[in-house]
Design a protein around this ligand. Structure first.
Ligand SMILES: Nc1ncnc2c1ncn2[C@@H]1O[C@H](COP(=O)(O)OP(=O)(O)OP(=O)(O)O)[C@@H](O)[C@H]1O
Ligand SMILES: [Mg+2]
Length: 237
């Protein structure tokens, strides 16, 4: 296990939201804002202490909350106004970042990697000055081809010189090879786990997939946790 691999001790918990978390607006979901502030503080600590710059947010199964977490985390980080944040829609199969931010899919990651477009021209502004988006773009190619492309490492280096933190929204690592490939190229993977949904072995398989392909698990987010007794009591246990 590498030194960075031992960092999966970063564990965050996000409550089950009262309202659907995706809003299409720049605002942290009501009732969850405090959770996202804690999560963003943990990420900034990893960035400051371990030089973590690009992170793939992923999961074991569909619908665990990856897009919701990646987008709201990007917003929470950008609200600190100390860093330049980029959120990339790395889910070329089912891109959801455009819908979340109310922008069109247009051109983006796929066109940058294939060399058809410059990154600068593909970046989308948001209502937060230090948060930009890169949509997935469009391509007929198999998604895994983008992360094995010779240009991808150069592209990551270019991102690193422009942004302090880069978050990738990805499809589940247990189901798609492109996320496995990406996990080995970024500095770390943040694994979203929907509370009370999957058996432990399924989640461990996702973790093993990251590690066995040379990736680093930087933390886990337990999403949609329900508190059967008041949250304040859990905090004092
Ligand atoms: N903490 C939460 N509280 C309430 N609803 C949530 C929470 N997190 C996510 N959701 C809802 O769960 C649904 C699935 O979330 P999301 O699209 O983020 O999952 P995903 O892992 O990105 O799915 P996919 O693998 O299909 O891309 C959405 O309707 C979202 O609003
Ligand atoms: Mg998604």
């Amino acid at each position: 296990m590498t030194e960075k691999a031992s960092l999966d001790s970063m564990r965050a918990t996000l409550k089950q939201g009262e309202e659907p978390a995706a809003s299409g607006k720049i605002g942290l979901p009501v009732g969850l804002a405090e959770d996202y502030i804690h999560l963003s503080n943990n990420i900034l600590a990893l960035h400051a202490g371990n030089g973590i710059k690009n992170i793939a947010v992923s999961s074991s199964a569909h619908g665990e909350g990856v897009t919701t977490v990646a987008a709201n985390l990007a917003i929470a980080l950008a609200r600190k106004e100390t860093s330049n944040i980029l959120l990339i829609d790395g889910n070329l199969r089912k891109p959801s970042v455009p819908q979340f931010f109310g922008v069109d899919r247009g051109e983006g990651l796929a066109e940058c990697i294939s060399g058809d477009r410059d990154l600068a021209a593909m970046l989308r502004k948001t209502a937060l000055p230090n948060l930009q988006l890169l949509t997935s773009g469009n391509s007929e190619k198999e998604p895994s081809q983008f992360f094995t492309h010779a240009r991808f490492q150069t592209f990551l280096n270019e991102l690193g010189s422009r942004f302090d933190l880069i978050l990738f929204d990805t499809p589940p690592i247990s189901l798609y090879p492109e996320t496995v490939l990406l996990s080995a190229m970024v500095d770390g993977v943040l694994l979203v786990i929907q509370a009370e949904r999957l058996i432990y072995e399924v989640i461990r398989k996702a973790k093993d997939k990251v590690l066995s392909h040379g990736g680093t698990l930087v933390g886990t987010v337990l999403n949609r946790r329900r508190y059967y007794i008041p949250n304040a009591i859990y905090k004092n246990l």
